[in-house]
Ligand binder design. Structure first.
Ligand code: TDX
Length: 369
């Protein structure tokens, strides 16, 4: 790794990875992938980035407005489950590093349409591994970094926390599809010696998250005086990770992790859903001057999600010890930043809600398959 620009990790603390890398990012128009690209592309001018994204409903080209004209960035609309197209992209770009974010990720949608999740998350990961095996694996220092989730471990009991060796026990079609993808990645390490690393992160939040997930949905509904729907009794616990901390963690693993290893990434921030929604009400009240009691009156208990995991809790000590990464943002501060972003970026919010950007994609790239 060059000692030059290196996002979020100590300067010069590289692992000897070469500079001038070709970095292929999948799902870079989605929430976490676009945060990763916005943080990385301008800061790594000697690396070339290729973003492969199918531009499904949760991807938004507007997420990349600030970087799309940079000379070290290219975009290609592509379905990762299309093995031929993936192979062609790899043979042209010859990636040294693949950071694989692309996934269908919303649990409620996976309950309604599980097939889409198997296709994108399992078949898509398989096609990328095959293309990487054919075109990249022999390149010195090549690495396939697979971005996964803590949901593969299922619900944790008592005070325990997920460690990297916790048995996989997925509850939803979404988490089962991510678990299957993780197994494939690990199998390619054991069978073919493919240089791979896996990270399993907790619940992300921050700017540009599609408003189907808890935090952006609650922020927007609170700003608009709409009901705040809490599943069940609101006692389910998640560990919350600010998206920029997550992107820093990925670079820390790329630069200082080991091949064949898995690293858990967490925000050290466990909260019951109820508590998260109350904090959102408090932050929105402070920002808008709306009395907090009025916002809390919007809380509505709705039918629980089937197979709803009670608690996710990450033990992130391995990445701290081996890669020197710890989260930098406090929940309150990062939530305030997120609330301010959703208040300011009305055009983005209106665009994703109205489907305006879907029409833009159709005009520029043709109809979605
Ligand atoms: O309207 C809601 N009401 C509610 O109570 C929504 C959308 C969610 N919830 C609850 C369900 C969960 O307990 O909030 C919690 C968080 O829900 P989601 O934002 O849907 O996330 P979760 O189901 O925990 O899964 C997330 O974390 C792991 C992401 O969606 C995954 O993509 C990630 O891999």
């Amino acid at each position: 790794m060059d000692a030059g620009p290196s996002y979020g990790v100590s300067p010069g603390a590289g692992s000897g990875r070469k500079s001038n890398m070709n970095i292929l990012v999948t799902g870079g128009a989605g929430f976490i992938g676009s945060n990763f690209l916005r943080m990385s592309v301008p800061n790594r001018p000697s690396d070339s980035f290729l973003n492969l994204d199918k531009l499904t409903y949760a991807a938004n080209p507007a997420n990349l407005a600030g970087i799309e004209s940079l000379p070290n960035y290219q975009f290609e609309r592509l379905d990762i489950a299309d093995g031929k197209a993936v192979g062609e992209a790899f043979s042209r770009f010859l990636p040294d590093l693949v950071v694989h974010f692309a996934a269908e990720s919303h649990v409620d949608r996976s309950i309604r349409s599980p097939g889409d999740f198997v296709q994108a998350n399992v078949v898509g990961t398989f096609q990328l591994l095959e293309a990487f095996r054919t075109h990249s694996a022999a390149r010195p220092g090549a690495l396939f970094h697979h971005v996964s989730t803590d949901e593969v471990y299922g619900s944790v009991e008592g005070d325990a926390r997920f460690v990297e060796t916790t048995r996989y026990d997925p509850s939803s079609p979404y988490s089962a599809s991510k678990a299957a993808a993780d197994h494939l990645v690990r199998a390619y390490w054991r069978t073919y010696g493919l240089p791979v690393r896996i990270t399993n992160c907790s619940n992300n939040y921050g700017p540009y998250q599609f408003p189907e997930k808890l935090i952006p949905l609650m922020i927007l509904n609170a700003l608009e005086g709409k009901p705040l729907p809490i599943y069940g009794r609101g006692l389910n616990v998640r560990d919350w990770l600010f998206v920029e901390d997550h992107c820093d963690a990925i670079w820390a693993v790329v630069e200082r992790g080991k091949n064949g290893e898995t690293y858990n990434i967490g925000g050290n921030c466990e909260r019951a859903n109820m508590e998260v929604v109350n904090t959102i009400c408090e932050v929105v009240a402070e920002e808008t001057g709306t009395p907090v009691v009025e916002l809390k009156k919007l809380i509505t208990y709705v039918e629980d999600r089937p197979g709803h995991d009670l608690r996710y809790a990450i033990d992130a000590s391995k990445i701290a010890a081996e890669c020197g990464w710890v989260p930098k943002h406090s929940f309150k501060e990062a939530l305030l930043e997120t609330v301010r972003w959703y208040r300011q970026e009305r055009a983005w919010v209106d665009g994703v809600r109205s489907g305006e950007y879907l029409r833009w994609v159709e005009t520029n790239y043709g109809a979605r398959s």
